[in-house]
Design a protein around this ligand. Structure first.
Ligand code: AMP
Ligand code: MG
Length: 395
């Protein structure tokens, strides 16, 4: 199945099961959350015209070339008097422009004479160096639409409007399950045939960054009865996210359990790494089963599970930013699946990690992004590919 089609289907299923509960939280707790209700401005911003410079405020018509008396000093935070006709006001950046003034000249273009009167050395224009009332937003304007992911910038913007709380979508509850008899947790001695569980940590940390509530469901042994009981216990989550056990191997107990007590859709994705992907539900709880090889887990989570989780929270823009870069390597053999190579930019060209095996997570630690090589194509140095920065998908 082409990636686009799998994504489209997943997103449609996500949109059909939106997280509808919302909560009102103090701004300080909204980082990483999704706005449930559009942010409407209750203020003009700025609330009054203010000076963009340290200098002098005047009415342009009063400036004839004759020196002007300074009739008041206006600091940021002050409430000025209306400007006395025929005078100017000393003013500082961010201070309200007094009623009657229509121009600010910066102090570098002003000369204070011995008698403290001021002359201006450059031509003046009306409205210059004045930030007009409402230039950023006006009362009633939608500043952020519902479905916006909140980060430092959006929270700063909300604060600038005097907002101290926001209505956000409840966190998505995601249970993380690692399947495989070979898995053991770090900190324990490694027995014969065992490997440390890397996906659990990878996914739990990643989900936390995405604002999810993580239910760490530990390791699931390759055993049908245990698979059934453990899945059944996760009845209060919004998604069960598992890794491993989704190929058509003999130890594919997840698939059996879903088939028996829910629904199983098994996709052979036309991407590399990350071919086998399961979607379905267990007793009504949605399940996404990612492939177990860590680099496959990473790529399928980034390109499919992450957009799915964002869409369930009502986010429209779920696709990571990507841009074209020339490659600094050759790709002589066309593949039959689209490849997401772990790569970096060096002097503006994409280079790739020496070992692209799906089991090698180190490739991604070295990388700055995913280099997309389309199916059926060859590349020579300088040809262009899409580059998806990992920083785009990690948060
Ligand atoms: P599977 O899909 O269960 O056949 O697993 C594919 C490969 O990924 C096997 O080599 C597994 O040992 C490995 N693998 C599966 N789950 C994990 C995990 N949580 N951490 C590290 N490697 C894993
Ligand atoms: Mg397995």
């Amino acid at each position: 199945m082409p990636l686009e089609e799998a994504l489209e289907r997943l997103l449609a299923m996500a949109a059909a099961a939106p997280i509808s509960e919302r909560e009102r939280l103090p701004l300080a707790e909204c980082d990483g959350r999704v706005l449930a209700q559009a942010l409407i401005s209750t203020l003009d911003l700025p609330p009054w015209p203010n000076s963009a410079m340290d200098g002098y405020a005047l009415r342009l018509a009063d400036w004839t070339g004759e020196p002007l008396v300074v009739s008041q000093r206006i600091f940021a935070g002050a409430a000025p008097e209306p400007l006395s006709p025929g005078t100017c006001a000393r003013i500082f950046t961010g201070a309200p422009v007094p009623l009657g003034a229509d121009c600010v000249e910066m102090q570098e273009n002003a000369e204070v004479q011995a008698d403290q009167r001021v002359v201006f050395t450059q031509a003046l224009r009306v409205e210059q160096n004045i930030r007009p009332q409402g230039q950023e937003t006006t009362v009633g304007e939608e500043v952020l639409p519902a479905g916006t992911r909140l980060g430092p910038i959006e929270l700063g913007l909300a604060a600038s409007l005097g907002c101290d709380q926001l209505e956000v979508v409840r966190r998505v509850r995601v249970a993380v399950l690692s399947t495989g008899d070979e898995l053991i947790e770090p900190g324990l001695p490694l027995g014969p045939g065992q490997i440390y569980n890397s996906n659990r940590r990878l996914l739990c940390s990643w989900l936390a960054r995405l604002g999810c509530e993580v239910i760490d469901a530990g390791i699931l042994p390759d055993d049908l009865q245990q698979t059934r009981t453990r899945l059944a216990a996760l009845d209060s989550v919004d998604l069960i996210l598992s890794t491993g056990g989704v190929s058509v191997g003999e130890a594919d107990f997840l698939g059996v359990a879903l088939r028996e007590e829910g629904e199983l859709v098994l996709w052979k994705l036309a991407i590399k790494p990350g071919k086998p992907l399961t979607f379905g539900h267990f007793q009504g709880v949605p399940v996404i089963g990612l492939p177990g090889n860590p680099a496959s887990t990473l790529v399928t989570f980034a390109l499919l599970a992450r957009p799915y989780l964002l869409r369930r929270q009502g986010v429209e823009a779920v696709q990571p930013l990507r841009f074209e870069v020339p490659v600094g390597f050759a790709w002589p053999k066309p593949g039959n699946r689209r490849e997401y190579l772990r790569g970096r930019l060096e002097h503006g060209r994409a280079i790739i990690y020496r070992n692209q095996s799906s089991g090698v997570l180190r490739s991604a630690a070295w990388a700055e992004g995913l280099v997309e090589v389309l199916e059926g194509t060859t590349l020579k140095e300088g040809d262009r590919v899409n580059f998806i920065p990992l920083s785009e998908v990690l948060g």
